[in-house]
Every structure is written in structure tokens, then in C-alpha cells.
Design a protein. Structure first.
Length: 184
């Protein structure tokens, strides 16, 4: 399933349905929990599916008008849920490393726009990717649609992209879509 075919029209619908304004509460913290489906490519990974659980905390460090600055820390744990566990062979006939589970932690900064029906956040930052006793640093970018934006509890839909170079000799790219709950 192509995630972009679902997420971008939803974001466009929310953004066009109400004028977006800045976050009015200067330091409102939030916590969110989400479950998602991820597809990874790179190296010996054919398109492989993972089930991902993520936990995030964040806040708005500065009072501002438009857009509001948002910071967050996100931790994710993923396990293989589709694809082949067959051992791919390297040029010397040995088994190449295959990512079947991983942890990721990211520190993100970005902007938030709020409207009457929802808010849109766009954030990016460095991520640490750990799998099979190897840790690499990569980049994570995500967009969040939060509906309703002014409630204590809200539904959060998050498309995410993580790119990590030199994981077992190749650049790995992880595309995911998460659905969760935010509490503030």
C-alpha cells in the first residue's frame, strides 16, 4: 500500500478546511503512543514489513504566533512482520546480515500550525538506529496530523521517513505510517 496516497490528501483536506493559526499555549507538553506499519529497503533487505510501536514526548519551547516551534523525543521499537528470513549470501558465500528487529530514538524539531479542527506538525532531526549489536546515526522526518487539536485526547496520524547510512554495508530507508493517541 502506498502511504502517500492516503496521508497527503488527508493533510490537504484538514489544512484547507480551516485557517491554521499558531499554538496559543506557549509550553503545552504532550505525550503520544502509536502503532504502525513500516516498510524497509536497502542492502539485503528486499521490501520488508515491520510492526512498529512508538512513544513520543514533546513540547512547545517558545511562545510564538505562526508557526509555533515544536520539539519532541521519539522512541520506536520494530519487529519483522512480513518478508523473507532466508539468509542472503554474500560474494564469499557467507550469510549477510539481515535486520529483523530494531530500535530507533530521535530528537526532532519543527513547526506546528493549528486550526479549528486539527493541527499539522512537521519535524525532523537526527535518529540513532540500533539492530543486531550495531548502532548508526541517521535522519528522521515526519509529519503529524492531530485531530482535534484543542482536546486533551487526540487522534494522531504520522507518516515517517528514516534514512540510515552504512547499516551492514548499505543505506537503509524506512517508510512508515503510525496511528495513535496524544494526551496533553
Amino acid at each position: 500500500m502506498n502511504i502517500r496516497l492516503i496521508v497527503w490528501p488527508v493533510l490537504a483536506l484538514v489544512a484547507s478546511s480551516s485557517p491554521l493559526t499558531a499554538q496559543s499555549s506557549p509550553r503545552a507538553p504532550f505525550a503520544q503512543l502509536g502503532v504502525g506499519r513500516s516498510d524497509m529497503t536497502g542492502g539485503v533487505q528486499s521490501p520488508t514489513s515491520f510492526t512498529t510501536l512508538d512513544l513520543g514526548i514533546g513540547f512547545r519551547p517558545l511562545p510564538s504566533r505562526a508557526p509555533a516551534v515544536v520539539t519532541a523525543a521519539v522512541a520506536s521499537a520494530s519487529v519483522l512482520s512480513g518478508g523473507s528470513l532466508a539468509c542472503p549470501l554474500g560474494p564469499d558465500g557467507t550469510c549477510l546480515r539481515f535486520v529483523d528487529e530494531f530500535l530507533a530514538a530521535a530528537l526532532l524539531v519543527g513547526a506546528e500550525w493549528r486550526g479549528a479542527r486539527g493541527s499539522v506538525q512537521v519535524m525532523a532531526g537526527p535518529t540513532a538506529f540500533t539492530s543486531a549489536n550495531t548502532t548508526k546515526v541517521g535522519v528522521q522526518a515526519e509529519a503529524m496530523l492531530v485531530v482535534p487539536s484543542r482536546s486533551r485526547f487526540a487522534l494522531v496520524v504520522t507518516p515517517r521517513l528514516i534514512t540510515v547510512p552504512k547499516v551492514f554495508g548499505a543505506t537503509h530507508t524506512l517508510r512508515s505510517l503510525h496511528v495513535g493517541v496524544r494526551v496533553r
